[in-house]
Design a protein around this ligand. Structure first.
Ligand code: SF4
Length: 718
C-alpha cells in the first residue's frame, strides 16, 4: 500500500516511558518506505524535544535482519528455517496440547514485556489464564519498577508513577532524585528539572556515579551502592532533629509515624556517614533544601529500586516524603520514574503473575468474579498466583516447572540477572516460541519464531510515566508476512478452542479492557480512544465517561482503606552480596544515552551504534592503577555467577570502590552475566544494582569486539 501525501500520523516514541510525542510522515508511507520524524510541541512531556533514540526510531522499521517470515527448527540441534504461518502455529498448538496433556496447564509459561501496548498486555494475560489456563505468566517489568510499585502500594494504596503531570516538576522548590540518570535515559525530562532550577529550585541527585544528571545538580550525594536506605533514614533523622516535620499533615493524613521515628533514632548522622560515605553537611543541606519551600518532590529511579531490599529502600524515601508533608499536596510528592515505554500500563492489566486487569489481585474472589464475567468463563476456571519473572525463568525445564514457554516482547537472555543460568533454563525447555520483530538473543534459542509488527506498524494505547493514557497510531503497514501480536494471540486462541471472544482489533480489545478494569484501582472505564485524541491523553483512574480523569491522585485522600498514607519502619541491612577479599569491588549497572534496555532494537540502528558501539566498564583511575588497568584495556570482570569481558573506561566520576557496566549488550559483554538474582521479598525484584566483583586486565588484542547482532546464523534468509 502506498499512502502518497497522506497526513502525518501523531504518535509517540517506541522506547522509554516518557513516551515523547512525535509525528510520522513521508512521501511514501508504505511498508519499508521512508518515515520522517517530527517531534510534537503539543505533548508537554517532551515539548518538541527528542533524544537520539527517538530521532532515529524509524530505522528500526527497516533493519536488515528484520524478521518477515515465521521460522522453525525441526529438532533442538537443527537450524531455524523459514516456514509458513500454518506450520508455525500448528507446531505451537501441538506442543501446547501435548505438554499440557502430559503435565497439566502449568506446563506452559508465558513471558511478556513492559513495551507491549495496554491492549497486548491485557490480551496476553487473558490468553494465559483463559486459553492456556496457566498460572505461569510474568513479564520483564518485574525487573523494572516492581519495588516502587510494591512500596507505593503499601504506603498510598495505589501505584501510579509520578504524582501529577510532569510539568508540575518545573515549579518545584526542590527535587531529590535518587538513583535516576534522566540526562541519559530520557533527556527531554531534563527540561522540567532545568525549569525548576531556573526558577530558583534545587536539584539534589543521589547516585554512586557523577552522571550527567548529577553534574547538573545543585547537590550530589554519592553513596556506596546499596546504602540508599540508610541515607534516607539519615535524612529523616536530620529532618526530625531540625524540626522540619509537617506535624499537622502527619496528624491529618498519615498513620504509623511513631514506629518510624523509633527506627530512625538509630540513624544518627555520623553513623550514616560511615555507612554511606555521604558527608554529614551534605545530608543536612539536602534535607534543608527539601523542607525550605512549599513544593518539593522525592523521586526514585532504578538505582534505588533494583535491590533485594528495593521495596524497603523506596519505602525509606516515601517515609521521608511523608514526614515532610509532600505526598497528596499539589505540586509536591513522591514519584517513581517508570522506565519501559509502557512500564506503567504494562503492570496494570494482567501480565503479572499475581494480577488481573485494573490492578486487581488474582487471589481476590471479587476480582476473579468480575474479570471472569467479562471473559465469559467461571471464576473457578481462572488459575491462581504464578511465579514471579526470575523465579519463572529459574523453574523452566525443571521437574516442577513449565516445560514450554511463549514469549512476547522481551529478551531475558540479555536482561535477566545471572544470564548464563537463564540460557541454561531456556535450553532445558521442551519447547520455546518467541514473537519478535528482530532475531534477539532469546529468539535465536527458540524452536519457533513468529515475526511480529512493531510500534509504527500497529495501533493501541500506552500509559506514560505520568499515568496518562495515550494513543499509539499506525503510520505504515507491517511488511508482508508479519502479523501483530493481537493477531497471533487471536489465531492461537482459536486453534486452542479457547472460550470467549478474541479480537485482533486494538480498539475492540481496548473496549473489553475498559470493562475488565472498571471498578479496579487502575480504572480505565471512562477512557476511550475518542477522549484520548480530544484531550491529549487521559489520566487514570477514570471510572466514567463524564469523569475528568485523575492527574493528581491523593489530593483529598490516599487509596488506603482509611484514606491515610501508611508509614512503614525499615532498617538498612546492606547489599545481599557485600564485597570481600575475593570479590573486593562493587559493581553497579545501568544505561547509556544511545542504547535502550537489552539493545535488541538500538544495537541495530546505525547512528546509535556509532554513538555507543560496545559495552565498557567505568573504573576510577586510582582503582585502575592498583589493578594495572589502563584506559581502553580489555578487562575481565568476574562475580560468583560468571565473567564478562569489556573495555575499561577510566573516569573519576565513579567512586573508588565501585565499577559500572551498562547492560545493553549481549554475548561476553553482558553485565547480567555478573548480577545477583537475590530477590526482594515483596516485589521479587532482583538485585541488579549491586554485587561484588573482581577485575583483571586482559591483553588488548583479547579485548572484546562487540559487533551489531548478526542475522540469525543458519537458514535465516527469509
Ligand atoms: Fe524516546 Fe524516551 Fe528518548 Fe523520548 S526520551 S525520544 S521517549 S527514548
Amino acid at each position: 500500500m502506498t499512502d502518497t501525501a497522506a497526513p502525518d500520523v501523531r504518535t509517540h516514541c517506541p522506547y522509554c516511558a516518557l513516551q515523547c510525542g512525535m509525528s510520522l510522515g513521508g512521501d511514501d508511507r508504505g511498508p519499508g518506505g521512508p518515515l520522517r520524524i517530527t517531534p510534537r510541541e503539543d505533548v508537554r512531556t517532551n515539548r518538541g524535544g527528542l533524544c537520539q533514540k527517538g530521532w532515529t526510531a524509524a530505522e528500526m522499521l527497516t533493519v536488515p535482519d528484520r524478521l518477515t517470515s515465521p521460522m522453525m527448527r525441526a529438532t533442538r540441534d537443527a537450524p531455524l528455517r523459514p516456514c509458513t504461518w500454518d506450520q508455525a502455529l500448528d507446531r505451537i498448538t501441538s506442543e501446547v496440547t501435548r505438554l499440557q496433556g502430559a503435565y497439566g496447564p502449568d506446563a506452559i509459561a508465558v513471558f511478556g514485556g513492559g513495551g507491549l501496548t495496554n491492549e497486548k498486555a491485557y490480551q496476553l494475560g487473558k490468553f494465559a489464564r483463559v486459553a492456556l489456563r496457566t498460572s505461569q505468566i510474568d513479564y520483564n517489568g518485574r525487573f523494572c519498577m516492581s519495588s516502587a510499585a510494591a512500596a507505593t502500594g503499601r504506603a498510598f494504596g495505589m501505584d501510579r508513577g509520578l504524582p501529577g503531570p510532569i510539568t508540575d516538576l518545573g515549579r518545584a522548590d526542590a527535587i531529590l532524585l535518587a538513583g535516576g540518570n534522566v540526562a541519559e535515559t530520557m533527556p527531554p525530562f531534563m527540561r522540567h528539572l532545568t525549569d525548576a532550577q531556573e526558577a530558583g529550585g534545587a536539584l539534589i541527585v543521589v547516585d554512586p556515579r557523577r552522571t550527567p544528571t548529577a553534574r547538573q545538580a545543585n547537590l550530589h550525594l554519592q553513596p556506596t551502592p546499596g546504602t540508599d536506605l540508610a541515607l534516607a533514614n539519615g535524612l529523616l533523622y536530620l529532618a526530625i532533629e531540625e524540626g522540619l516535620l509537617d506535624e499537622a499533615y502527619l496528624a491529618a493524613r498519615t498513620g504509623g509515624f511513631e514506629a518510624v521515628r523509633t527506627v530512625v533514632n538509630g540513624y544518627w548522622p555520623d553513623r550514616v556517614e560511615r555507612v554511606t560515605g555521604v558527608p554529614v553537611p551534605h545530608m543536612r543541606e539536602a534535607v534543608r533544601l527539601l523542607a525550605r519551600g512549599e513544593r518539593s518532590y522525592i523521586l526514585t529511579g532504578r538505582g534505588a529500586e533494583q535491590h533485594a531490599r528495593g521495596t524497603d529502600m523506596v519505602t525509606a524515601f516515601i517515609n521521608l516524603a511523608l514526614a515532610l508533608g509532600l505526598p497528596g499536596r499539589p505540586g509536591s510528592g513522591y514519584g517513581c520514574l517508570t522506565g519501559q515505554g509502557n512500564g506503567q500500563g504494562g503492570r496494570e492489566h494482567g501480565q503479572k503473575a499475581d494480577q488481573l486487569p485494573g490492578y486487581r489481585r488474582i487471589d481476590d474472589p471479587a476480582a476473579r468474579a468480575h474479570v471472569a464475567a467479562v471473559w465469559g468463563v467461571h471464576p473457578d476456571d481462572l488459575p491462581g498466583v504464578g511465579r514471579s519473572a526470575y523465579e519463572l525463568l529459574e523453574a523452566l525445564g525443571t521437574p516442577e516447572g513449565p516445560k514450554a514457554m511463549l514469549l512476547f516482547g522481551s529478551n531475558p537472555v540479555v536482561s535477566a540477572p545471572r544470564a548464563s543460568a537463564v540460557e541454561e533454563r531456556l535450553d532445558a525447555l521442551d519447547f520455546l516460541a518467541v514473537a519478535d520483530f528482530v532475531p534477539s538473543e532469546t529468539a535465536r534459542r527458540a524452536d519457533v519464531v513468529l515475526p511480529a509488527a512493531q510500534w509504527a506498524e500497529e495501533s493501541g494505547t500506552m500509559t506514560n510515566l505520568e499515568g496518562r493514557v495515550q494513543r499509539r497510531n499506525r503510520a505504515v503497514l507491517p511488511p508482508e508476512g508479519v502479523r501483530t501480536d493481537l493477531e497471533i494471540l487471536a489465531v492461537l486462541a482459536d486453534r486452542l478452542h479457547a472460550p470467549g471472544t478474541w479480537s485482533d482489533e486494538p480498539a475492540e480489545v481496548f473496549e473489553e479492557l475498559r470493562e475488565a478494569s472498571a471498578g479496579g484501582l487502575a480504572d480505565y472505564a471512562g477512557i476511550s480512544y475518542r477522549r484520548i485524541d480530544a484531550e491529549g491523553g487521559v489520566f487514570w483512574p477514570c471510572p466514567s465517561e463524564d469523569h475528568p480523569g485523575t492527574p493528581r491522585p491523593f489530593l483529598e485522600r490516599f487509596a488506603t482503606p482509611d484514606g491515610r498514607a501508611r508509614f512503614t519502619p525499615v532498617e538498612h541491612s546492606g547489599p545481599a552480596e557485600d564485597v570481600d577479599p575475593e570479590y573486593p569491588v562493587y559493581l553497579t549497572t545501568g544505561r547509556v544515552l544511545a542504547q535502550y534496555q537489552s539493545g535488541a532494537q538500538t544495537r541495530r540502528v546505525g547512528p546509535l551504534v556509532e554513538a555507543a558501539p560496545e559495552a565498557f566498564v567505568e573504573v576510577h583511575p586510582d582503582l585502575a592503577e592498583r589493578l594495572g588497568i589502563a584506559d581502553g584495556d580489555g578487562v575481565r570482570v568476574a562475580s560468583r555467577r560468571g565473567t564478562a569481558t569489556v573495555r575499561a573506561r577510566l573516569t573519576d566520576a565513579i567512586r573508588h570502590d565501585t565499577v559500572f557496566i551498562p547492560f545493553h549488550w549481549g554475548g561476553e559483554a553482558r553485565a547480567n552475566l555478573l548480577t545477583n538474582p537475590a530477590l526482594d521479598p515483596m516485589s521479587r525484584m532482583p538485585e541488579f544494582k549491586v554485587c561484588a566483583v573482581r577485575l583483571e586486565p586482559v591483553l588488548p588484542e583479547s579485548a572484546p569486539d562487540v559487533p551489531i547482532d548478526a542475522r540469525i546464523e543458519e537458514g535465516a534468509s527469509a
